[in-house]
Design a protein around this ligand. Structure first.
Ligand code: UDP
Length: 424
């Protein structure tokens, strides 16, 4: 198949860990690479955010990345990108007239808006005998869920409330990354028979239990990894640390993510978290690492007794899988994708969200039973490898593409039969 991915703000070439660069970038890069390994041709279309970027780059994986000019050629926060979506759709239309994809896969709602628009434009239809290009959509995050949890802190444009469900209802197929998302998609009117599920995966060649590990500063080490945004719940991990220390445990906490370490001082969330640690009397036990390059992350993860992953909500959450793949048990908030990936009592512990007490208590139980905890790590490794390899996910996704193409061809034929049949 010739597959066109659209990932407006999340380029597979981006450096991870910044405010807008995380799981989606990894997802698009890894899924595309795995699809190329299966013999497909994959081009990722992303917005040009730097004037120096070439029009087309071929990644070592064989995936082509095309930079489409849409808005200023500089970083623009994703919540300010909507005005440039029509220009992105223009660029997609031009590209898809030149090299026709069999299927289009939009990532995040704005890419979906552009993908649906371009795939159905008259010129694109004409070039395909009157048929639009089938569109598959993965949202990665849903506006109404974000609004529910973040309220007025949500900086998404107001139009998202209308456009996102529209994309969901008009895409040929929507791929949910977890079972929780299926229910959320149903609630915005996406038909059940148009929803497929394909989770995010983990690079279990990079994230392994064997390999170098950092030395620790204290006998017990835990970490929280993710972009430095409030909803990732790093504050819950800091509060849980304070409780463990109050119990007399000698623990340190790594906070990984955010801008590079030397730029942390300029980050508002960092300052708030640092002040919290100060207030709780544990600032000397919290090591804010800032952004850590992904190839370095396994070295950090292997040094942990446990990973804390305590977001308020989480559309999927690749980080706990990365820890599991390294054989590290996870204490996770039972929200979103974490409900599917972390099996309570088997690969880690699930606790209520925004509950430092519950996180501390789950950690304490783990620390007091090292053999049982090692077993959680081993089971986590098994689960990550067996269920979440990108090759397996690419197999599921390409099956979804194939059934989408078949359905859309059948629908187009039916439509033609009705209109032509009625006029002759
Ligand atoms: N990541 C990284 N360095 C960092 C912080 C995060 O490489 O300093 C990577 C991490 O390994 C994971 C991704 O960024 O692959 C974050 O994905 P996740 O789904 O957990 O969260 P998101 O950022 O999508 O909300």
């Amino acid at each position: 198949m010739r597959i066109a991915m659209v990932s407006e703000h999340a380029s597979p070439l981006a450096v991870l860990g910044g405010v807008d660069a995380g799981g989606q970038n990894v997802h698009v890069a890894e899924l595309s690479a795995a699809l190329v390994r299966r013999g497909h041709e994959v081009t990722v279309f992303t917005r040009r955010d730097d004037a120096e970027l070439p029009d087309r780059v071929t990644m070592p994986s064989g995936v082509d990345v095309v930079h489409v000019t849409a808005g200023p050629a500089e970083h623009v926060p994703k919540d300010e990108l909507l005005p440039f979506v029509p220009a992105l759709a223009d660029g997609l239309e031009r590209a898809w007239l030149a090299a026709r994809p069999d299927v289009v896969h939009g990532h995040f709602w704005m890419s979906g808006v552009a993908a649906v628009d371009a795939a159905r434009r008259p010129a694109v239809r004409d070039a395909r005998g009157g048929r639009a290009i089938p569109v598959v959509q993965t949202f990665h995050a849903l506006g109404h869920v974000k609004r529910r949890h973040q309220g007025t802190l949500d900086t998404s444009p107001a139009e998202r409330a209308e456009l996102e469900p529209q994309v969901g209802r008009s895409a040929d197929t929507v791929i949910a990354t977890c079972s929780d998302e299926v229910f959320e998609l149903r609630s915005i009117g996406v038909a059940a028979d148009r929803i497929d599920v394909a989770p995010c995966g983990v690079d279990s060649g990079l994230f392994t239990p064997e390999g170098p590990r950092e030395s620790r500063g204290r006998p017990t080490r835990i970490a929280t990894v993710g972009r430095l945004v409030a909803r990732k719940g790093h504050g819950t991990a800091i509060s849980a640390l304070a409780r463990l220390v109050d119990e007399g445990r000698d623990v340190e906490l790594l906070v990984v993510g955010g801008p590079p370490r030397d730029q942390l001082a300029g980050d508002e969330t960092y300052r708030a978290l640092s002040a919290l640690a100060e207030e709780l009397g544990v600032r000397d036990r919290v090591d804010f690492r800032g952004q850590v390059a992904q190839p370095e992350l396994p070295t950090v993860l292997r040094s942990l007794d446990a990973l804390v992953c305590a977001p308020w909500y989480e559309p999927f959450g690749i980080v706990p899988l990365e820890a599991m793949a390294c054989g590290v048990p996870v204490v996770a908030a039972s929200v979103g994708g974490l409900i599917d990936t972390v099996v309570d009592g088997v690969t880690g512990r699930l606790v209520p969200p925004r509950d430092p007490e519950a996180v501390a208590s789950a950690l304490a139980t783990m620390l007091d039973a090292p053999e049982a905890t090692r077993q959680l790590g081993r089971e986590g490794r098994r689960r990550a490898r067996s269920r979440y390899s990108w090759d397996r996910i690419a197999a599921g996704t390409s099956a979804s593409y194939r059934s989408t193409i078949a359905r859309s061809t059948a629908e187009a034929r039916r439509q033609l039969a009705t209109t032509k049949g009625a006029s002759l």
